[in-house]
Design a binder for this molecule. Structure first.
Ligand SMILES: *Cc1c(COP(=O)(O)O)cnc(C)c1O
Length: 231
C-alpha cells in the first residue's frame, strides 16, 4: 500500500511542478511518519524515501536508533525547551521554531556541541488560535532577533495551513507566506536565507507546490489515516 501511495504522491508532485513551471528537484517530499510503526518507515525507505518527519522528540529518537543513518530527520512538531538537547545535532532540520526563547535554547545546545543548527521559523499564517507559530506581522522581528544567535542558521519558513475541504481555500495563505519570505530576503539579514518554504500536507500539497513550497510534509497520503486511540 505504501509503495502505491508513494507512486501516487510522486505523480502528483510532478504534475504540480509541471503546472508551475518548476523542476521536480526543487521540491523535497518529507514522509510524515508520526504514530506509524517502524515497519512502515522501512517500507518507505525501500522506496527511496530519505526524509522523514516526526512531531515528538521521544518517538523521533526511538525511530532514529532503529533505522539507517542516511535518513534525514525533520522535527516538525511543537518543541519544548527541555527536550532540545536530545535532538540538536541529530536532525537535518527543525521546522518549528516560533519563539526567541526556544531559539536561545537551541543555540546553547548547539554551542555545547560546537555545531551550527539549521532551523525554520514557523508562521501561523491564518491566525488560528489552536496552532503554534508566530504571526506574520511579528515574524520579521523574530527572524532578526534569532539571526544574531551564532550557532543557528535560519533557512526559511514553515507553516501549517488550516484544515480545509477544498485545497484552493489555502492558496491565499500559501501566497502570503511566500510573499513574507520574499520580504525577508529583501531585508538582507546576516545569517538568514529563505531557500526553504515548508508548506503543504496531504490535503493541499499540490497547491502549496504551485505557490512555491520547497518542502511538502505528507503523512496520511503515504501511510494512511493515523489512529491515535491505539497509541
Ligand atoms: C501530521 C503533520 C503533517 C502531515 O499531515 P497529513 O495531513 O497526514 O499529511 C504535516 N505537518 C505537520 C506539522 C504535522 O504535524
Amino acid at each position: 500500500m505504501i509503495k502505491e501511495n508513494l507512486a501516487q504522491v510522486e505523480k502528483n508532485i510532478r504534475q504540480a511542478c509541471e503546472k508551475a513551471g518548476r523542476a521536480r528537484e526543487e521540491v523535497t517530499l518529507i514522509a510524515v511518519s508520526k504514530t506509524k510503526p517502524i515497519e512502515m518507515l522501512q517500507e518507505a525507505y525501500a522506496e527511496n524515501i530519505r526524509d522523514f518527519g516526526e512531531n515528538k522528540v521521544q518517538e523521533l529518537c526511538g525511530k532514529m536508533e532503529q533505522l539507517p543513518s542516511d535518513i534525514r530527520w525533520h522535527m516538525i512538531g511543537h518543541l519544548q525547551r527541555n527536550k532540545v538537547k536530545y535532538i540538536v545535532g541529530r536532525t537535518a532540520l527543525i521546522h518549528s521554531v516560533d519563539t526567541y526563547r526556544l531559539a536561545e535554547e537551541i543555540n546553547i545546545q548547539a554551542k555545547k556541541k560546537r555545531i551550527v543548527v539549521p532551523i525554520l521559523v514557523e508562521v501561523n499564517i491564518a491566525h488560528e488560535e489552536s496552532k503554534f507559530g508566530i504571526s506574520a506581522e511579528d515574524a520579521i522581528l523574530l527572524v532578526e532577533d534569532i539571526s544574531k544567535l551564532e550557532n543557528i542558521r535560519i533557512k526559511g519558513l514553515m507553516t501549517v495551513a488550516p484544515y480545509v475541504e477544498n485545497p484552493e481555500d489555502n492558496r491565499p495563505y500559501f501566497q502570503k507566506i511566500k510573499q513574507l519570505s520574499v520580504d525577508i530576503t529583501n531585508k538582507n539579514i546576516d545569517n538568514v536565507s529563505m531557500e526553504i518554504l515548508s508548506m503543504g500536507m496531504t490535503g493541499d500539497y499540490m497547491v502549496a507546490i504551485e505557490e512555491g513550497a520547497t518542502m511538502v510534509r505528507v503523512g496520511t497520503g503515504i501511510f494512511g489515516e493515523r489512529n491515535y486511540k491505539q497509541e
